[in-house]
Write a protein that binds this ligand. Structure first.
Ligand code: DGJ
Length: 741
């Protein structure tokens, strides 16, 4: 049993295998947060944890209760304007203009399992993995508004998923101005906030800062989860490392405007809020209607950030990713984007396809430029039919040719977009998001379709369906290459325009849901100018995502290392591309490029038909090697060993270990080589201390405890005696660690 309720004391104790989350009903039906952290015993009540002192200059609940001060307690889902001056979990404006509410505890229910949400990506428990769901009902009798707080406990991955649902049983509409998915009031502020910040081509770099007094937030108002910030956030004790220490993880199953906020108050308690960004949100809740927030994921461990990442990876694989893809090894693909950009014909593509077959690659992906008359990024978005100048025999014949060669076939779409130079725009100019009588701001020469309108989603669904059927498509890369500006829907009334950002995202989810249901065999990879929408909302439909447009091995190391804190390797689309690299001009060895890309959904993104024979041989070997080990690379437990975000960032290393602790692959990457370099060791993790291993088929064997505690000696990479002195900058060294037979 994961949820323990003491009805006498109205205490709710949510227990996972290693954590406890406790809250209690306080006076006037207000929910008080009691504890979240390492598992503790179930008790009827925890009054000592709720102890508080009378604070001066703090409002009282009433004249009769001067010592009940809601601004000084830790709350579960706080209101606006009644004495708690910290930022609220929700805000409801009523017909008289008031934002004051009085939600009081009413009742609760516990059910086993977890149902999916309607219209939103969400967690589930199809495998009957002992999940239990608690719903706590609160009511505001004056306006007949009900608030449901939902908590699902996934005991074996130490995860709790939360959401809120507002139901209007009254006779008048109310407006939600804020509706967060989760609130957590922690008793102190001794934490570092760990966020994953960046920009296009430099996504999800780790940034760690101690909490300070006041508000600190990570957010997006771009209608994507964004390149600049990511909804995944951690709060770690100052001494927490990858290997040890307490850390909380928070994420939101949502792809639009989000807010992760921490507010340290005057008494050094820390309030965490996770949800849709209230800056770009409002929702009119009519009588008999309800509003369901997206789900927030919360997790905790006392054993360091590697453990946190592993429990999240296991959780997503079991309870978020479409069951069809659970532990499904992803096909090795070649994508033509960096090979040809828009400049291709079937004649130019076929040698790549044929070469792919020879090298053992499993799928060919035709990227941007196959439709309309798109020879650059100025036209044709919305016209999802083949450009017969490039593919004279049509897209279905081209797909047949790829299939006949024994490869899977994938296509690029950017379903949410429209070009002015397109048939779609000629027919439906009003479908483009714009604010009437105002300038429409382009980005990458394109505009966005109003996906809040069902007829627009329907139209795109039909066009895509036709292509999917004609080509017997195996894979779709769903791109999204701009943020939204002049957000407005001509289909919505003036007083509902702030609903548009959320309605847009619901439209995106609707198209994803329809396509994934109608074509369950199509593998989706999400993409947004690289890693601009790398989030859990996307993961629900598309189990992999293009991690970054930066394919330079040295830069990718950082992107993938940062991403690995919150997302599994199987989600990270990662390819080997040509050198000099398109984004940095850097030349890195082919071996290093592959050693970086192996830790994800692997592929190539260059003209493999133009490689030298030696390079082709090397690629053939890489492909064969990856096929042998891809399950370990994609689904093995990942331990970060040396961080590129520490010190001068010259070295990065990590290791993946299989469930039986029999096989592991560690890779150490080094940016610049140093003369007369200091001695270094690689301290492995995740091995069985009592098993003996060989490293790269060594004659000697080593106990796991030796490899983890004494480490593996790393010699200098520069061979002074070599005849030809070759550069060993941007080098990578792979260590195959296998149990000795
Ligand atoms: C951005 C993506 O990240 C690239 O991989 C490529 O698909 C281009 N868009 C195509 O326009």
């Amino acid at each position: 049993m994961a949820i323990h309720v003491d009805e006498t004391h109205q205490t709710f104790h949510l227990q996972t295998d290693h954590t406890s989350y406790i809250f209690q009903v306080l006076a006037h039906g207000i929910l008080g947060q009691v504890y979240y952290g390492k598992k503790i015993h179930v008790e009827p009540q925890y009054n000592h944890l709720l102890k508080r002192e009378l604070k001066t200059a703090t409002p009282a609940y009433s004249l009769d209760e001067p010592d009940f001060q809601i601004g000084a307690i830790r709350q579960e889902y706080s209101d606006t304007g009644t004495g708690d001056y910290r930022r609220p979990a929700y805000q409801v404006t009523q017909s008289n203009g008031s934002r004051i509410t009085d939600f009081q505890y009413d009742h609760y229910e516990v059910v086993s399992g977890k149902k999916r949400l309607k219209g939103l990506p969400s967690t589930f428990d199809d495998t009957e993995d002992d999940a239990e769901t608690l719903t706590v009902h609160l009511t505001d009798d004056l306006i007949q508004l009900e608030l449901e707080l939902n908590y699902t406990v996934f005991p074996h991955q130490d995860v709790i998923v939360r959401s809120a649902n507002f139901k209007n049983h009254g006779t008048e509409s109310v407006t939600l101005n804020a509706a967060h998915s989760a609130q957590l009031d922690l008793p102190d502020k001794q934490y570092d906030l760990v966020q994953f910040a960046g920009t296009w081509a430099r996504e999800r770099h780790l940034v760690r800062t101690p909490l300070r007094a006041g508000l600190q937030a990570i957010d997006s108002v771009r209608t994507t989860s964004s390149h600049q910030e990511n909804p995944f956030m951690m709060l770690a004790r100052p001494n927490t490392t990858d290997d040890a220490g307490e850390v909380f993880g928070f994420n939101l199953i949502y792809s639009g405007d989000f807010l992760d906020q921490v507010e340290v108050d005057q008494w050094n308690t820390s309030r965490v809020l996770v949800g849709i960004n209230p800056d770009e949100f409002e929702w009119q809740l009519e009588p008999a209607k309800e509003f369901q927030t997206p789900e927030a994921v919360m997790t905790y461990t006392a054993d360091g950030m590697n453990q946190l990442s592993q429990q999240l990876a296991a959780f997503y694989e079991e309870h978020l990713v479409n069951a069809k893809y659970k532990r499904m090894e992803r096909p090795i693909l070649v994508n033509n984007w960096e090979a040809t950009y828009f400049d291709f014909t079937d004649k130019k593509l076929m040698p790549i396809v044929k070469q792919a077959k020879k090298l053992g690659i499993e799928m060919f992906v035709l990227d941007d430029g196959w439709f309309g008359h798109r020879n650059d990024d100025k036209s044709s978005l919305g016209d999802w039919f083949a450009d017969l100048k490039k593919l004279p025999k049509g897209i279905s014949t081209f797909a047949d040719e790829v299939h006949d060669l024994g490869l899977k076939f994938g296509l690029w779409f950017e379903p949410e977009m429209i070009s002015i130079d397109s048939k779609l725009y000629q027919k439906h100019p009003d479908w483009m998001i714009h604010t009437p009588k105002r300038r429409a701001t382009p980005e990458r020469n394109q505009y966005v379709l109003d996906f809040s309108r069902p007829e627009v989603v329907d139209y795109i669904y039909k066009m895509m369906s036709k292509v999917i059927k004609e080509t017997k498509l195996d894979y779709i890369k769903w791109d999204m290459n701009r943020y939204i500006t002049e957000m407005y829907s001509t289909a919505l009334p003036a007083d509902r325009q702030l609903e548009m950002p959320h309605r847009y995202i619901l439209g995106v989810y609707n198209l994803y849901a329809r396509l994934t249901q109608a074509y369950p065999d199509v593998l989706f990879e999400s993409c947004a100018s690289g890693g601009g929408r790398f989030d859990l909302g996307m993961m629900y439909y598309a189990p992999q995502a293009w991690a970054s447009d930066d394919t330079d091995a040295a830069e990718r190391m950082k992107v993938q290392f940062g991403t690995s804190y919150g997302y599994p390797q199987s989600m990270m689309g990662s390819h080997v591309s040509a050198v000099p690299n398109e984004q940095t001009g850097r030349i890195t060895p082919l071996e290093t490029r592959a050693n970086v890309a192996f830790y994800g959904a692997f592929g190539y993104e260059l003209d493999i038909s133009k490689m030298s024979d030696a390079e082709k041989q090397a690629v053939k070997k890489q492909v064969a090697f990856y096929k042998q080990h891809r399950a370990l690379y994609q689904f093995g437990k990942l331990y970060r060993l040396d961080s590129p975000f520490n010190g001068d960032g010259n070295v990065m290393s990590w290791v993946v270990v299989d469930d039986d602790q029999d096989h592991a692959i560690a890779t150490r990457y080094q940016l610049l080589n140093h003369p007369n370099a200091p001695y270094e060791r690689l301290y492995l993790r995740g091995l069985d201390p009592d098993k003996q291993y060989r490293v790269n088929d060594s004659d000697e064997t080593y106990y796991g405890d030796e490899l983890m505690n004494a480490g593996l000696f790393i010699g200098s990479e520069f061979d002074e005696d070599a005849d030809v002195k070759k550069s060993v900058d941007f080098s990578s060294r792979r260590f195959m660690i296998d149990v000795a037979k």
